[in-house]
Design a binder for this molecule. Structure first.
Ligand code: ADP
Length: 514
């Protein structure tokens, strides 16, 4: 059963069902915040979103206003109720998914942030990281947290605030400061300051949380000189996070599900079993593979993280990310001006000459997993006088699939498992040309989800399970609506030939700067 908000008649009928209740999910993203309402058949019956600002005060620095994040989130919570006519008395529970690693520090008494939120993309703590690596901390951090010692994660951002904001260190030592990722900031404020907590998936991105023991780790806290008193309590992703205060919602539904955005999407894909893997094709690509109760240590630059923390059990995951995926299509549109709408790219790519052998390696800011080469630069190989716009669009589309192929094969090697199919979401996963090519490269089916909002859906699932809205994971999996399935149909010889052309281009991209 599937319907959309556009189908007003149907939504009206759903709205008027006596006694029916819903789950609200908040998706607090980097560029926008969203609120959705989900019914018991996992259908999204209403949604509202609002863009939020990002500031770049210096090269490599990224900040956001915590108050804007909070106010925008509350605004979309109100808007989605207004739009749907489904008010807080019919919301059984609320789930939260959020941009990960972003760091907020606020005053325990006033509740006011002492500095802007430092964004996950912010590189200002690179010197702190270099120092820690020089002091030999890399292996310990990897062993305890599963992460690479990198400015991406929250730990060094907290240290930066304590070291650079006037009076912060003394206040922290005196127990007057609180740190939170965006989930914690929202929970604290939505509950009127009554609940100070995070979930295990978000904690696992701070570089302070030991994923073996499932506790904040004193040695890591000491390494970064961060007092334990400024850390929230860590709960399961499907758990009691308090009630939304009556200042925010007239009736006060419980917050019962919390997860970082990629883990929420992983849950929204129902990647419950060992080996289940999802790939999100957005600005970048984010892949997670379920490794069950085993923490798999990567030999290929992938990180190990908590994938699912629900039902009293943790499932670990291998995670890989690609920096430039959909952004390559944006580059074709905004910098080269050869397309006007990303949605046209599948048709344009199909029009390229069948024997085109052009490769575009979008190493705009170096190469991530599995190459980890910051000195690599973008390159296009194989141009001829016959090459045209379609040639470039096709090469750009294919670059998303090639890069994903490389990361997925590394995951398989690290985990000692073969993928049997790949579950996909994100705006660029709606591009049929890319999805077919991905299936051809991998030699396995690629399956779209029906809902594009898999992240918010995952948060809704976590909240719904906590309050018995859905009984268990099998009920979710049974209702989980899939979109199109792409079966591999490429000629193996041609695929092998193209992969070798791609890897040749990757090798050349790594020698552009000598
Ligand atoms: P994010 O959550 O990272 O902001 P989205 O999932 O909204 O991203 O994806 C946006 C990206 O996907 C943009 O970079 C855009 O160029 C790309 N994109 C959107 N639609 C398509 C499409 N049909 N084909 C290829 N790329 C697309």
């Amino acid at each position: 059963m599937a319907y959309s908000l556009n189908d007003i008649g149907l939504v009206d009928r759903v709205r008027n069902l006596p006694g029916s209740s819903y789950i609200m999910a908040l998706d607090s993203g980097t560029t926008s915040v969203r609120a959705i309402i989900v019914d018991e058949y996992d259908c999204i019956v209403a949604q509202a979103s609002k863009p939020i600002h990002t500031m770049y005060p210096q090269s490599g620095w990224v900040e956001q206003d915590p108050m804007e994040i909070l106010a925008s989130q509350i605004a979309v919570m109100a808007e989605v109720q207004f739009k749907s006519g489904i008010h807080s008395d019919r919301i059984a529970a609320i789930g939260i998914s959020n941009q990960r690693e972003t760091c907020i520090v606020w005053d325990r008494d006033s509740g006011q942030p002492i500095y802007n939120a430092i964004g996950w993309q912010c590189r200002r703590t690179a010197p702190i990281v270099d120092e820690l690596i020089a002091e030999g901390y890399e292996d310990m951090v990897r062993e305890k947290t599963g992460l690479k010692l990198d400015p991406y994660f929250s730990g060094t951002k907290i240290k930066w605030i304590l070291d650079n904001v006037s009076g912060a260190r003394e206040a922290a030592e005196a127990g007057e400061l609180m740190f939170g990722t965006v989930d914690t900031w929202l929970i604290y404020n939505l509950t009127g300051g009554l609940v100070y907590a995070t979930d295990m998936t978000n904690a696992s991105r701070t570089m302070l949380y030991n994923i073996n023991t499932l506790e904040w780790d004193d040695e890591l806290l000491e390494m970064l000189d961060i007092p334990r008193s400024m850390l929230p309590e860590v709960r399961w992703s499907s758990d009691d996070f308090g009630f939304v205060s009556s200042e925010v919602m007239t009736h006060t539904p419980p917050i019962a599900g919390v997860a970082g955005d990629q883990q929420a999407s992983f849950f929204g894909h129902c990647c419950f079993e060992r080996g289940d893997t999802k790939n999100t094709y957005g600005t970048g690509c984010f892949m997670l593979m379920n490794t069950g109760d085993e923490i798999v240590r990567s030999d290929n630059g992938l990180i190990s993280t908590i994938g699912i923390a629900e039902g009293g059990k943790v499932s670990y995951a291998l995670e890989g990310s690609i920096f430039h995926a959909g952004s390559v299509i944006q580059w074709l549109r905004d910098k080269l001006g050869i397309i006007s709408d990303a949605r046209d790219t599948a048709a344009i790519a199909r029009a390229a000459a069948a024997d085109d052998e052009c490769y575009l390696v979008p190493a705009f800011s170096g190469l991530g997993a599995p190459w980890w080469d910051p000195s690599a630069r973008g390159i296009i190989t194989g141009l001829t006088a016959a090459s045209d716009r379609a040639t470039l669009v096709r090469a750009a589309c294919e670059s998303m699939a090639y890069q994903s192929f490389d990361v997925l094969r590394s995951m398989e090697a690290d985990a000692g498992m073969k993928l049997s199919e790949l579950s996909v979401d994100g705006a660029a996963s709606r591009n049929d040309f890319i999805m077919q090519f991905q299936a051809d490269l991998l030699g396995i089916p690629v399956v779209q989800t029906e809902a594009v909002e898999t992240t918010a859906l995952g948060a809704a699932y976590l909240a719904g399970l906590a309050v018995g809205f859905w009984e268990d994971r099998s009920e979710l999996a049974a209702d989980h609506a899939l979109g199109e399935r792409f079966w591999p149909k490429g000629d193996p010889e041609d695929i092998a030939h193209r992969l070798s052309g791609w890897h040749d281009a990757v090798a050349r991209s790594r020698t552009v700067i000598q």
